[in-house]
Design a protein around this ligand. Sequence first.
Ligand code: ZN
Length: 164
Amino acid sequence: MQVADGKVVLIHYTLRDDAGEELDSSAGSDPLVYLHGYQNIVPGLEKELTGKAKGDKVAAVVAPEEGYGEHDPAGVQKVGRDQFPAEVPMEVGVQVFAQTPDGQQFPLWITEVTEKEVTVDGNHPLAGKTLHFDVEVVEIREATDDEKAHGHAHGPTGTEGHNH
Ligand code: ZN
């Protein structure tokens, strides 16, 4: 069986940046389980994994436009510290949620903190970065009808996550 749309794929992966620094990895934990062809992983990696078989190892270099997008400077803003609820830790890397006027929530990441101001960035922390993936295909199986209807995998065997 090969990786294709409508298959559930289990992968082990390590993600590094241009400098070779590790950003994320599944090493030491369970493989990542995802439904192929449903935009559950970044497009560039999905493309590289298409057609691969169980046991294949893939080194994929994914440009920002096929990863988390280019960094949009318009997404960066400075906000007074007093605009944040007291329970939010004022630390770089902390994710906070803001609301549009029509009530939609969207995530922001704190990127700088000064005495009076906090810089928040609506771009994904990996936006603008070239992603270097080392991936091993651990398992491939047919997706269940439920998984295809939901657009995501229900765990390694397809039986998890039926409570949504
Ligand atoms: Zn589901």
